[in-house]
Design a protein around this ligand. Sequence first.
Ligand SMILES: Nc1ncnc2c1ncn2[C@@H]1O[C@H](COP(=O)(O)OP(=O)(O)OP(=O)(O)O)[C@@H](O)[C@H]1O
Ligand SMILES: [Mg+2]
Length: 113
Amino acid sequence: MKYVIAVIQPDRLDEVLKILEEKEIHLVTVTSVLGRGRQKGISEVYRGHKEAGRLLRKVKLEIAVNEAFVKATIDAIKEGSRTGHIGDGKIFVLDLKECFRIRTGEVGEVAIG
Ligand SMILES: Nc1ncnc2c1ncn2[C@@H]1O[C@H](COP(=O)(O)OP(=O)(O)OP(=O)(O)O)[C@@H](O)[C@H]1O
Ligand SMILES: [Mg+2]
């Protein structure tokens, strides 16, 4: 099991979600966040974003998946969020130790999807 975290441009969210759904990946947590990458938020300000403190508005996606869905998840995020411009985003993949569906008591791979 893996926990995929992606920080992307907010205007790419709909496209990423659409591609994820096409690949049967429906379960997702989406959070509005502030962040900065290696340009420290500076260059992206010149693209028209206006944010205080050099932190730019981003969207964070979190998706827990079984191994069989890891590649499809990463590919969907890449495909939906890439424009080729700085600030397109980043994907982090963590090993996921456990998952519990609270209602049913299911654990592990059956609890994820
Ligand atoms: N090492 C990191 N740790 C935590 N968050 C990060 C890290 N790198 C990027 N992020 C988050 O991802 C967002 C998007 O990063 P961004 O795409 O600007 O990465 P980058 O490394 O600057 O690449 P690029 O040169 O393509 O802009 C950042 O605003 C920040 O929220
Ligand atoms: Mg950057």
